[in-house]
Design a protein. Structure first.
Length: 403
């Protein structure tokens, strides 16, 4: 009976936090604060208050990982759907660079930074891998808040955030396997490459298969189309994971393909019901991750290291990965600076740190705290200033101006 009461209290607490997060969207727009920051910090404040009342049933690491996985599937599918394959082709080179080698380069640079800041080499590696990917929920949320962009910068940020998360997830799982002595470094690298290749194949086949199903079914109601799309995304993820591939990459690729065909078919379910599902997933994901840590649990060392890594990531590592390489894509300096600044961190890095906790690695709690601080700083500083940076760099455009 006590377990049932704890479950009921947890459902009530998560529901209230999510409701408060929804209402906070209006405040976020008024105060120019990114909505994900409201959700994340709201959850953290709620966890702190609940901890002080000694009446707050904490989420287990397994529950966080499972809920986060479900939410991320919907977010990635909707992100791919909203972009579409034809739109992504316009910036295929920069997206592939930032999504694949760019993620590896960022992780390597941040590993060096972590070691210089005094972190153990293993801890630094896990932190670096976790904060290397940008976050689709944060990027889609901020870019969808009314900022209209010139050229390909918006496409690049959205495409990168969808592509580099599967890479980051595969890297983290590979690193955890290596730490657990489940394979040599070479075998882990081959395994990661295989996961990405299988993910692309499953995504392409699943995307075209789901498109065919939606056309044959002729579901009519937008809600039925969205439900079928989400159900198909779950199936595609599961098939990709079952075949030892990247299910997340499969879902994103499938979303690109389905979105392309839905645009040609004049389908409107993606912009309505599917968008609502992605927004709800974003709220649940950020609020839930906020609930996993209270302010009293953050140690001073973790805060200092997290803030230092944020500064080094934003001002050193990210510009090195973005500004010079994207010159080859014939982008202006202003666009490249904007893309560099727009590499927001969010729920996915925290979820990757949660995987480290779930694997019971040494100093896993320190990894989680450092990543949480880095992500919070990124959402607050980069997210809140992204529109201003877009205007200052010339990446933003007025309504009616050709992009």
């Amino acid at each position: 009976m006590d377990a049932l009461n704890d479950a009921n209290a947890l459902v009530l607490f998560v529901g209230l936090a999510s409701l408060a997060a929804v209402l906070a969207k209006r405040f976020a727009a008024f105060a120019s604060i990114p909505a994900p920051a409201i959700f994340l910090l709201g959850g953290t404040i709620a966890a702190t208050m609940g901890e002080r009342t000694h009446n707050f049933p904490a989420l287990t690491n397994s529950q966080v990982a499972h809920i986060g996985t479900f939410a991320l599937i919907i977010i990635l599918f909707e992100g791919g759907f909203g972009g579409g394959l034809a739109r992504a082709r316009r910036a295929a080179g920069p997206i592939l660079w930032l999504g694949l080698p760019g993620t590896l380069m960022t992780a390597a640079l941040m590993w060096g930074a972590g070691c210089l800041l005094g972190l153990d080499a293993g801890v630094a590696a896990l932190v670096a891998i976790a904060i290397a990917p940008t976050d689709p929920a944060a990027v889609f949320s901020v870019l969808g808040a009314g900022t209209r962009l010139r050229g390909r910068s918006g496409i690049i940020l959205e495409g990168e955030s969808g592509a580099n998360d599967p890479v980051g997830i595969s890297l983290m799982l590979g690193a955890l396997a290596y730490v657990a002595r489940e394979g040599s470094l070479g075998n882990v690298a081959l395994d990661i490459s295989g996961q990405l290749v299988i993910g692309v194949i499953v995504g392409v086949l699943g995307g075209y298969g789901l498109t065919r199903l939606l056309r044959l079914a002729q579901l009519g109601a937008a809600s039925m189309g969205a439900l079928t799309g989400v159900a198909g995304a779950f199936v595609i993820y599961a098939l990709g994971a079952y075949l030892h591939g990247s299910g997340f990459l499969a879902v994103f690729v499938a979303g690109l393909i389905v979105g392309d065909h839905a645009l040609h078919d004049d389908s409107d379910w993606g912009s309505g019901v599917l968008g609502f599902a992605a927004t709800l997933s974003e709220i649940v994901m950020f609020s839930m991750l906020g609930l996993t840590i209270s302010l009293t649990q953050l140690g001073g060392y973790a805060v200092l290291v997290g803030l230092a890594l944020f500064l080094l990531l934003t001002l050193v590592a990210r510009p090195l990965v973005v500004i010079a390489p994207l010159k080859l894509a014939n982008m202006t300096m202003g666009e490249r600076i904007f893309v560099s600044w727009g590499g927001l961190k969010g729920a996915v890095p925290i979820l990757l740190a949660e995987f480290a906790l779930l694997a019971h690695v040494d100093h896993g709690r320190l990894v989680y705290q450092v990543v949480f601080v880095t992500v919070t700083a990124s959402i607050l500083v980069q997210g809140a200033s992204l529109s201003w940076v877009a205007r200052r760099t010339g990446a933003a455009r007025d309504d009616g101006t050709p992009g």
